[in-house]
Design a protein around this ligand. Structure first.
Ligand code: ADP
Length: 159
């Protein structure tokens, strides 16, 4: 059984992430979406909230699981039985960072390969941080995130 781990902060999950989840789930037997708890960034949404939002969105995808993790991605991949780490590439600006990460992971875990899916062109400009910035100023984010995430974002800034 081919298992892949798609790790990220997902703060919050966007249509760009979802597109990678949908496409990734079609090329492996099981896809685990791993939500990082120990991100250096201080997240807008708690780990539980980020996991819950992705679970809601993927509830009909039979081979997708969502869970939180901390520590090394390769250690968590092994615990999941994953031999693949899945990442998304938006632009050349992602490439340098992602390449370094993938190569470092390959040195510390030779049994795990990183596979990249290039972004859907529709979402190539899209990042969680831009969405948060627009939402913080009351801007319309419906083109960037699903309904459940949009509602959560509204709640956050109306408090
Ligand atoms: P991290 O904090 O690990 O970068 P993110 O949640 O920002 O986590 O992103 C997780 C993964 O999803 C990364 O591989 C990132 O490049 C990818 N990603 C983010 N936004 C998009 C998008 N719009 N299209 C495709 N991939 C994306």
């Amino acid at each position: 059984m081919k298992i892949a781990l798609y790790p990220g902060s997902f703060d919050p999950v966007t249509f760009g992430h979802l597109d990678i989840i949908v496409r990734g789930s079609k090329i492996v037997d099981k896809l685990v979406v791993g939500v990082l708890t120990n991100s250096a960034k201080s997240p807008l949404f708690s780990m539980e909230e980020r996991v819950r939002m992705i679970k809601d969105l993927t509830k009909d995808m039979e081979n997708v699981e969502v869970a939180a993790f901390d520590g090394l991605t390769v250690d968590y991949a092994r615990r999941c039985g994953a031999t693949i780490i899945l990442r998304g590439l938006r632009a050349v600006t992602d490439f340098e960072y992602e390449l370094q990460l993938a190569q470092t992971n390959k040195v510390i875990a030779a049994d795990i390969d990183t596979i990249f899916l290039t972004t859907n062109l529709k979402y190539s400009y899209l990042s969680s941080s831009t969405v948060k910035e627009i939402a913080s100023f009351g801007g319309d984010i419906h083109a960037f995130v699903p309904e459940n995430v949009m509602e959560k974002m509204k709640d956050r800034w109306n408090r």
